[in-house]
Design a binder for this molecule. Structure first.
Ligand code: PBG
Length: 285
């Protein structure tokens, strides 16, 4: 299980930052220096994968800091790769945390996503994860970057109430309107499977389903139908719901695996790593 986990982190600019997130107990927004300290602990526990979200110094209409060479994610990736060359670094490729209106789209979104992906890949990211649910997002990145970077595609992202805590964490709540216009309707499963088929064809290396727990049927169907590498995102609302209950956490993560997920993005990754280590220690006594 440990090797299948991906731990998400929220990165902020500056030094010595460790900001509490009220909606996500136990999770912090970290500056790169503190993130490196945290990663020393994480890698020690045997977790090999992380997913980074950035909070820019300044937002603007176009979300331009998302693709700045010295943006918060780009700087963090360079620092991480220097200290932890073997850690698999994945980066969220989206505009919502960078735009003043908090939407995932601005101007020519596909072009912006490619610019973000390129800047992350140049900084050393192993995977870029386009999450704007923009049609053609995987193809555009693949065509522009070839095989320089792998793609973790947010292929089936449902319009979900379970993203609430994340929007506080990433300060990305839409200023008006909703994301329903571009995220999937949870009453329908056919559309999700279609999107997955398309993004596999466009060149994704991993396809993701999000959220996880209310969508085990989609994970199951996708695995059966495509027999492709599937990631499931155990999102912030699921984290808040399960927080503090080890039994419920392990049961839920097992269910996600049982449904067919090869990889699980979960804020519980570090904790599960700690439990696994404690278990080994007890066995060795
Ligand atoms: C946006 C993005 C979201 C999450 C990951 N990427 C939020 C959204 O679509 O509103 C949510 C993750 C979580 O809830 O843990 N690009």
């Amino acid at each position: 299980m440990i090797k299948d986990l991906i731990m998400p982190y929220f990165v902020v600019a500056g030094n010595k930052q460790r900001q509490k997130i009220d909606s996500m107990p136990g999770i912090y927004r970290l500056s790169a220096d503190n993130l490196l300290l945290e990663l020393a602990e994480l890698t020690e526990l045997g977790i090999d994968n992380i997913l980074l979200f950035g909070l820019p110094k300044r937002k603007d209409e176009n979300g331009s800091e998302a693709y700045a060479k010295d943006g918060v994610v780009q700087n963090a990736v360079r620092a991480i790769k220097k200290s932890f060359p073997k850690l698999i670094v994945m980066t969220d490729v989206c505009l919502c945390a960078y735009t003043t209106d908090g939407h995932c789209r601005a101007g020519n979104t596909l072009e912006a996503l490619v610019k973000i992906a390129r800047s992350h890949a140049e900084a050393g990211a192993d995977y870029v994860a386009p999450s704007a649910m923009m049609k053609g997002q995987v193809r555009a990145i693949r065509e522009a970057l070839g095989n320089k970077v792998k793609i973790l595609a947010y292929s089936a992202k449902f319009a979900s109430g379970f993203y609430g805590p994340f929007r506080e964490a990433a300060k990305s709540a839409p200023a008006f309107g909703e994301r329903r216009a571009y995220q999937l309707d949870y009453q329908r499963s056919d559309e999700a499977l279609e999107r997955i088929a398309v993004e596999i064809k466009e060149g994704a290396d991993i396809v993701m389903i999000k959220p996880a727990l209310a969508y085990l049927d989609i994970i199951f169907q996708a695995k059966q139908k495509f027999n492709f590498t599937i990631a499931a995102y155990n999102v912030s609302g699921e984290y808040a719901m399960l927080y503090g209950n080890k039994g419920m956490i392990l049961e839920s993560l097992s269910a996600i695996k049982r449904a067919g997920a090869d990889l699980i993005i979960t804020y519980f990754s570090k904790e599960v790593g700690q439990w696994t280590k404690d278990l080994h220690r007890q066995k060795n006594i």
